[in-house]
Write a protein that binds this ligand. Structure first.
Ligand SMILES: *[C@@H]1O[C@H](CO)[C@@H](O)[C@H](O)[C@H]1NC(C)=O
Ligand SMILES: *[C@@H]1O[C@H](CO)[C@@H](O)[C@H](O)[C@H]1NC(C)=O
Ligand SMILES: *[C@@H]1O[C@H](CO)[C@@H](O)[C@H](O)[C@H]1NC(C)=O
Ligand SMILES: *[C@@H]1O[C@H](CO)[C@@H](O)[C@H](O)[C@H]1NC(C)=O
Ligand SMILES: [Fe+2]
Length: 437
């Protein structure tokens, strides 16, 4: 799963039928399932990931515009779950490289032993000048996934270019010897097979050193989906693991490695020529830097924001200021909450009338109410001064990046049958480090 070393592209003649494998080898559980896609190292590279329970000895995707006249060959890895039964499955990954921009492709994935149903996706437009549309949420489980049907429906109606699932999947992917993970991946297939499904790890993924998460997803970069960045239109997205700060038993060095990488990534993204082309920097991770929920101690433990306990090392909030990160998206609390422009607990309104016009600090959004068996979370009263809007209904967030100056957020309330209960613009003529003097 480290990299896609072996890429083979074939041109099939129109209407060609895939030959059956040589006789003698019997493959019993070789029907592909849990098909999902993600961006590769650039927005016109798509990686297809799927599962079979026996080894098919090949990982093929046949695809094309209208007809499936091309084929890409990928690799597979054997994933052994950490549970008692040590269940095994093969995870297949195939890169579809250098696709045409703004083009609809059809594909199926599999091998001579079985092909998936046919899916289609549309690649994003080239360049920066188009409206990026994303659905964003965290904390969605197999049970009680109130937002799932809305997301499946909106995805199939072509409302989004991508999904960001901000940690906490399935509840949990490793439960029942990872059968819960299998079922979750099947439940998201109606959206994840047709839209890049971009992720970050949450606390519910921690079991066996995040092995279900690392094995089942295929995010760009060399860090096994734990942290990475990618560019889409006018946005540079950064995904981090807040969980490294809380599960130090899996290695303190992970915190240090990620922090080092994050600094370098932000330096690269904020080089004048890069920021001019792609001015928005949106960071997402599972546990929020700010929340005002009442149910537990989550909102007072601030390792990601202020650094590791006692040592105070590797706090991420100073990087948000230093590199002028525009928005930070979180989940973990099963609710929705938006902040005023905020740094180190202080509110820095852009102006009193239009607080998000050239705001003087980053804006934080917590969106962890997609729906899971742990129900929703309540809030402390009264709200803190930094909290601009909050709601405990089930739902998810829509992001529309209109252009280099205008970003729009909406909160969809599925308890209210899809009504938008909060929306706001971030308008910025200048993207630069925040001057808090
Ligand atoms: C094929 O998959 C089944 C179901 O997971 C498993 O019990 C069996 O051991 C596998 N066979 C081989 C040869 O891997
Ligand atoms: C956990 O996995 C990481 C790779 O993501 C590895 O570097 C680390 O050593 C592992 N930790 C343990 C305790 O196995
Ligand atoms: C920020 O601006 C909003 C909108 O004008 C206002 O309601 C809020 O009180 C302001 N907050 C602070 C701390 O100035
Ligand atoms: C950016 O998008 C906003 C909202 O759609 C629009 O009002 C504004 O004119 C656009 N700016 C440019 C330069 O296109
Ligand atoms: Fe969580």
């Amino acid at each position: 799963m480290k990299s896609f070393i072996f890429i083979l592209l074939l041109k099939l003649s129109l209407g060609e039928i895939t030959p059956r494998a040589s006789p003698g080898y019997d493959c019993e559980y070789c029907q592909p399932e849990q098909i999902h896609i993600s961006f590769g190292s650039k927005s016109n590279d798509i990686v297809v990931t799927w599962t079979t329970f026996n080894n098919t000895h090949e990982s093929r995707v046949q695809y094309g515009e209208g007809t499936m006249d091309m084929e890409a060959v990928g690799t597979r890895t054997l994933f052994t779950d950490g549970g008692k039964q040590r269940r095994k499955m093969w995870i297949h990954r195939t890169l579809l490289p250098d696709l045409k921009y703004d083009t609809r492709y059809v594909y199926h994935a599999g091998s001579v032993f079985g092909w998936s149903e046919q899916f289609s996706f549309k690649t994003v437009p080239a360049g920066e000048d188009w409206v990026v549309r994303a659905a964003i949420y965290g904390d969605m489980g197999n049970k009680n996934a109130h937002s799932l049907s809305y997301l499946q429906d909106e995805a199939q109606r072509g409302h989004f270019d991508m999904i960001l699932h901000v940690g906490d999947f399935a509840y949990d992917m490793d439960t029942d010897d990872a059968l819960v993970g299998d079922e979750f991946m099947r439940q998201i297939q109606p959206l994840a097979a047709i839209l890049p499904y971009m992720t970050c790890p949450g606390n519910h993924e921690a079991k066996y050193n995040f092995s279900n998460y690392r094995n089942r997803f295929s995010m760009p970069g060399p860090y096994e989906s734990m942290f990475y960045s990618f560019d889409v239109g006018p946005i540079h997205f950064i995904s981090i693991s807040t969980e490294f700060y809380y599960f130090l038993e899996f290695g303190f060095k992970m915190v240090a490695n990620q922090f080092q990488w994050l600094q370098e990534d932000l330096m690269e993204a904020t080089k004048p020529e890069n920021r001019a082309r792609r001015p928005w920097i949106v960071l997402f991770g599972h546990r929020p830097m700010y929340c005002s929920n009442s149910d537990d101690i989550d909102c007072s433990v601030e390792y990601t924001r202020k650094g590791l306990p006692f040592l105070g090392l590797y706090g991420v909030e100073p990087l948000l200021r230093r590199f002028g990160v525009d928005a930070a998206l979180w989940a973990h609390e099963h609710s929705y909450e938006r902040s005023w422009p905020l740094y180190d607990l202080r509110v820095y309104n852009g102006s009193l009338r239009e607080p998000y016009r050239d705001p003087r600090a980053p804006v934080h959004v917590v969106t962890g109410s997609a729906g899971c068996q742990e129900d929703t979370d309540t809030f402390t009263s009264p709200p803190p001064a930094w909290s601009a809007f909050r709601c405990s209904d089930y739902g998810y967030t829509r992001l529309h990046a209109h252009n280099r100056t205008h970003l729009h957020f909406e909160q969809v309330d599925v308890d209210l049958k899809g009504q938008v209960i909060d929306s706001f613009w971030i308008v910025k003529d200048h993207h630069r480090p925040y001057d808090l003097s």
